[in-house]
Ligand binder design. Structure first.
Ligand code: 6R9
Length: 654
């Protein structure tokens, strides 16, 4: 590794990467934007909302009289699907590709123009209407990453029927709980999808999930893999039979700006997932503005790729609603990063001339593990901007991303946000900010964010504490479905008048924000507060380490002890002797990087880490492993076998 990729400890990071003058000059966001938004926040958001097509203008930009329940663009009316599709076709841009869809099997690709998308969405809206779906009805969507998933979401949005998309990887039980919680009467699914080269069934999970749920009156099934499905006559309907014969015309009604758009379930610290409610005008304004300004979107020329699942909020906001509202051409990819070879992504970038790539740190670290030869074997010169989301990004991974994917020329934006925030909240702006590897940097224009101490007082520069949002924002959640008390309790009770995000953060000497992970990931070692991310960053800065997950396990003497789970890079041998040597070296390395107090009590080398489908390491499960407890709920894991394998290894060491 060269000098550029050597890591300095997380918060003593001194490297700065200013955008090139060429990038800055052409950027959508120019420095005046911060002053303009600071001078009049609401006017800034109103000017962004004006870029959308409203059937009826709003009377009030923000109504916060019933806080913490916001109404944005109150009194206004619009249709999300019309804004995402119809208006681009009406403006003569129907021939532009909306999606370069890339299926997992090689060669299984499909380009869909805006005109084709309009046709498909209208037919689907007509079919749903025929099946009795009306404005306000909830529709559950349990699908693989195929074009019909986007069509189904937009058809629901067009009718004003809030959708709840459930990850195709979630269990029947998880699907059932979500259907019951939001009382969905219609489920849209597929026979199956492709996962690592094989057809994986979806329909049986729907059958199991809806057993003894007579209120689910229709299951609409897309034929994707052609595998056998069991059929409930009178309830199950093939998508192609219901949709294809419909008229490609559909008269869309405008909905109130606060009409529910979707419910997205997200797990909290408790067992029951929260149904996060998003509405229409404010949400679309937020995702369209952030997409255009942060990803510097030029709809005529850019090819944008959010490499994430649509069942995650990132897919909702930056595969579907933001990009379509801006008339963007996107790539949508069905499979895993290694389907058809570990260079699959780089072939996709090369084949489609991807210009902006947005993905998660966990994937970047996986690519680091696989080695830079794979991307360097492809022409990635079309890329001009890179984004990261989902977790704190270690400086090491940030530098690798910049160097080996971005050719040291693309700005890297690390974007902090949550299912609850609807869109990006803290980020660099690529033509303006001199970025620091690992820092999310500053609140987006028009967003109020702070780091506060336990009393809710802002910490000085150099200090750390809790991340809060100080002002309501357009994309904010409007509540938890069916549970007003939990909404107030979870987000608004910790600090008076401030939204509590649940993340720890630090402000550096310049006042820039560094995310430190969930506050429940903060360890307490002999009275010292140490973030799991800090230790993970130190471990990952060692050349042998690909990825690290750190948990605090209860310890009779120190309160908590640090236990680290480490995957090594391909070239490090997996024999016990070199393993022991490496473990000793890593413990010393952490002590040098952070201090003796952070030296892990135990390090376990493992081939993989347990992750959710959105790539978040499930530290809760690793804590169970470290504390020798029964494993908790593993249903949201991408691969549940990983954690039992780690558990077995752990038992072998103690
Ligand atoms: C978009 C999304 C939200 C939680 C959030 C935080 C973590 C997301 C991050 C980040 C550090 C970033 N998170 N982006 N942490 N830097 N750039 O991920 O939504 O699945 O609801 O997760 O993810 O802990 O609180 P969601």
């Amino acid at each position: 590794m060269g000098d550029e990729t050597e890591l300095s400890a997380l918060l003593t990071e001194t490297r700065r990467f200013a955008p090139s003058p060429e990038f800055s000059t052409q950027a959508n966001a120019q420095p005046e934007i911060y002053e303009r938004a600071a001078a009049d926040r609401l006017a800034f958001w109103a000017s962004e909302a004006e870029r959308l097509e409203w059937a009826q203008p709003w009377e009030q930009v923000l109504d916060w009289s019933n806080a913490p329940f916001a109404r944005w663009f109150a009194g206004g009316r619009l249709n999300v699907a019309v804004n995402c599709v119809d208006r681009h076709v009406a403006a003569g841009r129907g021939d532009r590709v909306a999606y370069h869809w890339v299926g997992e099997p090689e060669g299984d690709t499909r380009d869909i123009t805006y005109a084709e998308l309009l046709d498909l969405v209208c037919r689907a809206a007509n079919a749903l209407t025929e099946l009795g779906v009306r404005s306000g009805d909830r529709v559950a969507i349990y699908m693989p990453m195929i074009p019909e998933t986007v069509v189904a979401m937009l058809a629901c949005a067009r009718l004003g029927a809030p959708h709840t998309v459930v990850f195709g990887g979630f269990s029947a039980e998880a699907l059932r709980n979500r259907i019951i919680d939001c009382d969905a009467r219609v489920v849209i699914t597929a026979d199956g999808g492709y996962r690592r080269g094989a057809a994986a069934a979806l329909k049986p999970a729907v059958d199991e999930a809806t057993k003894d749920l007579p209120d689910v009156r229709t299951v609409l099934v897309v034929r994707r893999t052609g595998q056998d499905v069991s059929w409930t006559p009178g309830r199950d309907v093939w998508w192609h039979e219901a949709v294809d014969r419909q008229s490609p015309r559909h008269e869309a009604q405008a909905h109130d700006s606060e009409h529910p758009l979707y419910v997205m379930y997200t797990s909290g610290t408790t067992a029951k997932p929260k149904g996060i409610l998003h509405t229409t005008g404010g949400y679309l304004t937020h995702v369209a503005a952030t997409h255009r300004l942060i990803f510097d979107i030029k709809p005529e020329t850019d090819v944008f790729w959010t490499a994430a699942d649509i069942g995650w909020v990132t897919g909702h906001s930056y595969i579907v609603y933001g990009p379509l509202a801006n008339g963007t051409t996107s790539v949508m990819y069905e499979g895993t990063p290694d389907a058809g070879g570990r260079d699959r992504w780089w072939r996709i970038v090369e084949d489609h001339g991807v210009t902006v790539l947005y993905t998660a740190p966990t994937t970047i670290r996986t690519f680091m593990k696989w080695g830079e030869d794979l991307p360097s074997g492809h022409d990635l010169s079309s890329l001009r901007l890179l984004g990261s989301v989902g977790e704190p990004i270690n400086p090491e991974a940030w530098m690798w991303y910049r160097t080996h994917i971005g050719g040291s020329r693309c700005p890297v934006v690390d974007t902090w946000w949550q299912t609850e925030t609807g869109g990006i909240m803290i980020t660099a702006l690529p033509g303006i900010t001199a970025t620091k590897p690992g820092a999310a940097m500053t609140p987006f224009p028009g967003i109020g964010a702070e780091v506060v101490d336990g009393n809710g007082t802002p910490v000085p520069n150099g200090g750390g504490g809790y991340l809060v949002l100080t002002e309501p924002w357009p994309g904010m959640l409007r509540g938890i479905w069916g549970d007003e008390a939990r909404y107030r309790e979870t987000y608004w009770s910790r600090f008076d008048g401030l939204y509590f995000a649940g993340d720890g953060a630090k402000k550096d000497d310049d006042g820039d924000i560094w995310l430190l992970g969930r506050v429940d990931d903060v360890m307490n070692i002999s009275g010292h507060r140490i973030s799991t991310t800090e230790v993970e960053s130190a471990l990952v800065s060692h050349p042998a380490v690909a990825e690290a997950a750190v948990v605090g396990a209860s310890d009779p003497t120190t309160g908590q002890g640090i236990v680290a789970f480490v995957t090594v890079r391909g070239h490090v041998a997996d024999d016990p002797a070199s393993g022991e040597k490496l473990i000793a070296e890593l413990r010393d390395h952490v002590a040098t990087e952070i201090g003796k107090i952070a030296r892990p009590r135990q390090i376990l080398l493992t081939p993989d880490l347990p992750k959710t489908r959105s790539g978040k390491i499930m530290r809760r499960l690793l804590r169970d492993v470290a504390e020798h407890r029964e494993l908790g709920d593993v249903t949201t894991l991408a691969d549940p076998t990983v954690v039992s394998m780690i558990d077995d290894r752990m038992k072998g060491t103690t």
